[in-house]
Design a protein around this ligand. Structure first.
Ligand code: HMG
Ligand code: MG
Length: 306
């Protein structure tokens, strides 16, 4: 059964150039990254995570964040966002002209240690050290909680812990917190229960859903949660991605599949699905791998046969 009150419009936050490319084994050429971002903005995406100013030793694929930002053809109305794990990351983001910074923590101690070499508490302290200078510089803050439905090292996650961490990120000034099913283990009932628990502690704040699609549940999970005051859906074109510190996890739910579903439900996104499919086909060709988007593959094949 469909949720009773679906929103009329949903913001799509495009993760492809960051979450999508951070786990690709080979170095992705700068020109391919810029070509992807340009096609995404041509498709009407107004929020694109273009870089992660993290340690290049931790994630070599994101080492060229400055060059990506310098090479963008910036369009009015588009937010170019990036992750920052610490003050050094924020300084790099500010110097690169980033408009919005993503602060991240995790609902699992072991994942936090693997991903950011610190405890959850320390990750929040690092986020706190970023928050004030970021706000003073006029940069908006978005928060991420990883492992909201399960952890590759610790198993099931307590929704109450997710709610505490989301509340901590809102307290730091994040206007939205994105709930990450990093390893895509969630199923619709559990996803909905987790979001409802977070909603109890954050009744009015904007939540985003960031579901990886490892077990093919991401669209179903999104649909189960869309009526819970969701401000944004995070997705990656061509279903690219995964976290280098979440072994075996596949990419975010594919942006093309999300847009196809939302438009089918009568929910506006402002995204041109055909143009988005062209962006997905472009990056798949650049990477020499098939798109993981079912809608993207179907619509690309249909366009080719016309
Ligand atoms: P560390 O090694 O403990 O850091 O890493 P450190 O402070 O001890 O510094 C070590 C070296 O790294 C130093 O260089 C620093 O300058 C350098 P050295 O003096 O040895 O030459 N360094 C940096 N360089 C550039 N930019 C920086 C930076 N910071 C330190 N910002 C650290 C700790 C957090 C930095 C590291 O573990 C890290 O960068 N982790 C990020 C890992 C990552 O990017 N994971 C993927 C993104 S999160 C994700 O995908 C989940 C999400 O999609 C949601 C979901 O799906 O759940 C958001
Ligand atoms: Mg992710």
């Amino acid at each position: 059964m469909l949720p009773a009150a679906l929103p009329p419009r949903m913001r799509l936050c495009e993760m492809g150039p960051r979450d999508g490319l951070q786990n690709i084994p080979d170095t992705v050429p700068l020109a391919a990254k810029l070509g992807l971002i340009e096609r995404l903005q041509q498709a009407g995406l107004e929020y694109i995570e273009v870089a992660a100013f993290v340690s290049p030793r931790a994630v070599p694929q994101m080492a060229d964040g400055e060059a990506v930002c310098a090479g963008l053809t910036r369009r009015p109305g588009v937010t170019y966002a990036a992750l920052a794990p610490n003050v050094k990351g924020l300084d790099r983001a500010l110097a690169a002209g980033i408009g919005e910074v993503g602060l991240f923590t995790a609902a699992s101690e072991t994942f936090s240690q693997h991903n950011t070499r610190c405890s959850i508490e320390e990750s929040l302290a690092r986020a706190a050290a970023i928050a004030q200078p970021a706000r003073e510089a006029g940069v908006r803050l978005r928060g991420y909680v990883s492992c909201v439905l399960g952890c590759p090292y610790e198993g099931t996650t307590d929704p109450g812990r997710v709610a505490e961490l989301a509340a901590a990120l809102f307290d730091l000034g994040c206007y939205e917190v994105s709930l990450g099913d990093t390893i895509g283990v969630g199923t619709p009932g559990k996803a909905r229960a987790m979001v409802r628990r977070v909603r109890e502690s954050a009744p009015r704040q904007s939540l985003a859903l960031h579901f990886h699609d490892t077990y093919g549940q991401a669209l179903a999970n999104l649909l189960a949660c869309l009526d819970q005051g969701i401000g944004s859906v995070d997705a990656s074109v061509a279903g690219l991605g995964g976290c280098p510190y979440a072994p075996g996890a596949s990419g975010n739910v594919a942006s093309e599949d999300v847009v196809y579903m939302l438009h089918g439900l009568g929910i506006e996104t402002g995204v041109d699905l055909d143009a988005l499919c062209r962006a997905g086909a472009y990056i798949s060709e650049q990477l020499g791998r098939p798109s993981a988007s079912r809608a993207g593959r179907a619509l690309t094949a249909r366009a080719a046969s016309c």
